[in-house]
Design a protein around this ligand. Sequence first.
Ligand code: NAP
Length: 291
Amino acid sequence: MKKTAFIGLGIMGSKMAANMIKKGTPLTVYNRTKGPAEELVKLGAVSAESGFDAVRDADIVFSMLSNPAVVKEVFWGAAGWLSAMKRGAIWVDCSTVNPSFSREAAGEAAKFGIRFIDAPVAGSKLAAENAEIVFAAGGSEEDIREIEPYCRQMGQKIMHIGETGQGSAYKMLVNAMLAQSMVVFGETVLLGEKMGISRDFLLEVLPNLPVIAPFTKAKTEMIKTGNYDVQFPLEHMYKDLHLAALSAFEHDQPVYMANLAKEIYAGAANSGMGRMDFSAVFSYLEGKQRK
Ligand code: NAP
C-alpha cells in the first residue's frame, strides 16, 4: 500500500481525510492549527509535527488549502515542503486555484522530480462528509489512475478533464456560475418581496422553476432563518470569482457578469461575512451588513 499524507484539514480537508481513514487508508495528516489533526488521530491518523514531516515519506500527498498564495507559501515558498518530498511521489492539489497557478505548481514540483495533479472538488461540507464529492482532474491519465482508488474513498468519482490545469479551469467555471446564480436568486426574491409577494412563497416556488439553478433549494432554509452557518465560506467564493476574472484576463475573454458578481461578494466579505456561508450574500443584498 502506498504511503499517503493529507495537508489542510479545514471544512473540506478534515472530512475528506476522515473518509480515507474510515475506508482503511493509513494516513499522515498535518494542519497549521493542531485541533483538526487531533480529531483525526482519534480515527487512526498519524499527526505529523510539521508539513515537512508529513510529506517526507509519502508516495501521494493530498492538499486542500485556502488559496494559491497559501499553496505557494507552503510548497515552494517560505516553507518549501516540495524539497522534502520523495522523487517520483505525486502531489494532488485539491484546493480551488486558477489554472495558470496549477501549471506553475506542476512546474515547481517537476524541479524536484514530483508528479502533479490538480484535482479540485465539486460538492460542499455535507457532500465531503458523505463521500459524495466529485474530483475534476488535470494531469496524465496514468497518474490519475494511480490516485483514483483514494479519490473514490473520498468521493463518487474522479473526472479526467484534460492536461495539467484543466481540472482547475473546469472548477473555476462551475463556481463562477454558482456565485452568480446565488446573486440572481437573492435579487429576485428581494424584488418579489418588495412587490408584495411573500418571501415564503418565493423561496418555495422559485427554486423549482426551470429558469433557476436547482442548488438554490438547498439555501432557502438559511435565508428563512438568517442562520448562515458556514458550508462554503463566502471569502472563498470571492476568491474564486477573482481567480475566474484573472483567468478571463489571461485568455482575453470578457466576463462582465462574473466581475460584477465578484464586487458584490467583495462588499459582503468586507462587511464581515467572509466566514459565513456564501449564501449570506442574500443578507448583504438585503442591506444587512455585519460590521
Ligand atoms: P477552510 O475551512 O478555510 O480551510 C482552509 C485550510 O487552509 C485550513 O486547513 C487552513 O489551516 C489552511 N491554511 C490557511 N492559511 C494557511 C497558511 N498560511 N498556512 C498553512 N495552512 C493554511 O476552507 P475549505 O472550505 O476547507 O476549502 C479549502 C479549499 O477547497 C478552498 O480552496 C476552497 O475554495 C475549496 N472548496 C471549498 C468547498 C466548501 O464547500 N467549503 C467546496 C469545494 C472546494 P487552519 O485550520 O490552520 O486555518
